[in-house]
Ligand binder design. Structure first.
Ligand code: CAA
Length: 267
């Protein structure tokens, strides 16, 4: 099967050592000039590439990564800054993100550099997380007058508990890979030069297992975690979209683009 080529991501298959005809899929976010900011086109391509690996019988496990400097610095603020509540609800762009939840094979995130906002949320959509010691996580949306809109308030809270999640989401402060490990948000921290190799090693190890058992195990673990997650996600998205009626959202995003400090007036 030949792999599709994309504009904002790279996709490849790598053979699993010792297993003839068995591969892992590797998907790399590749919009380096904007630190892999997640615009709509990139997300559509990402979903297509993940689905392609998911349907490929030679692929057992998928690794999702970015560059050493950035996994992703968030949803694309420039794409969103002029949206209104109505326009953002009509486009419902985060619906694309839901399609990642339908991927049946395990996805291992290999994270280095910035994993902020939507980048942190995309990381948390993966099933295991290997981080370089230079990785920097965070949900900084509050600093641009909005809130996480792609699962952050739900998944971070489930992973680290209410109080830590409140602190991180309400202050927007970044946190290190070591802090993420301590909180139980990620699986392992490794020296920067090893983050991708380590994730691939884990993918190779999982590739030795029964692919059907892997998929059913993933499905069952996610089930235990689901509960009212769907309601939570819908709730979060509505609130995110509502913020596009506020002056603070306009000011926060404009200030980012103009490289100045935002002044919020609570309107
Ligand atoms: N959207 C669009 N462009 C972005 C971006 C984003 N989220 N993050 C970085 N960029 C762009 C910058 O505008 C800049 O472009 P120009 O060269 O054209 O000016 C380029 O990437 C490099 O960025 P910086 O010059 O800012 O690099 P830095 O090293 O000084 O700072 C950073 C890096 C701390 C990550 C900083 O870029 C930053 O704070 N980015 C925004 C982080 C953020 O707020 N993310 C949340 C977005 S909202 C969201 O994700 C909603 C959701 O829940 C889905």
């Amino acid at each position: 099967m030949t792999m599709t080529t994309y504009k904002n991501i790279l996709t490849a298959k790598e053979p699993v050592p010792g297993l003839n005809g068995v591969n892992i899929g590797v998907v790399t976010l590749n919009r380096p000039t904007v630190l892999n900011a997640l615009n709509h086109e990139l997300m559509e391509e990402l979903v297509a590439a993940l689905s392609e690996h998911d349907k490929d019988d030679t692929v057992r496990v998928i690794v999702l990564t970015g560059s050493e400097r950035a996994f992703a610095a968030g949803a694309d603020i420039k794409e969103m800054s002029d949206e209104t509540t109505v326009s953002i609800m009509l486009k419902d762009r985060f619906a694309t993100w839901d399609r990642i939840r339908a991927i049946k094979k395990p996805i291992i995130a290999a994270i280095s550099g910035y994993a902020l906002g939507g980048g942190c949320e995309l990381t948390m959509m993966c099933d295991m997380i290997i981080a370089s010691e230079s990785a920097q996580f965070g949900q900084p949306e509050i600093n641009i007058g909005v809130i996480p809109g792609a699962g952050g308030t739900q998944r971070l809270t489930r992973a680290v508990g209410k109080y830590k999640a409140m602190e991180l989401i309400l202050t927007g402060r970044p946190f290190s890979a070591h802090e993420a490990l301590e909180m139980g948000l990620i699986n392992k921290v490794v020296p920067t030069e090893l983050f991708l190799d380590e994730a691939k090693k884990l993918a190779f190890e999982l590739s030795q297992k029964s692919p059907i058992a892997l998929q059913l195990a993933k499905e069952a673990v996610l089930k235990s975690y689901d509960g009212t997650l769907s309601e939570g996600l819908q709730f979060e998205r509505k609130n995110f979209y509502m913020l596009f009626s506020s002056e603070d959202q306009k000011e926060g995003m404009k200030a980012f683009i103009e490289k100045r400090k935002a002044t919020f007036n609570g309107k």
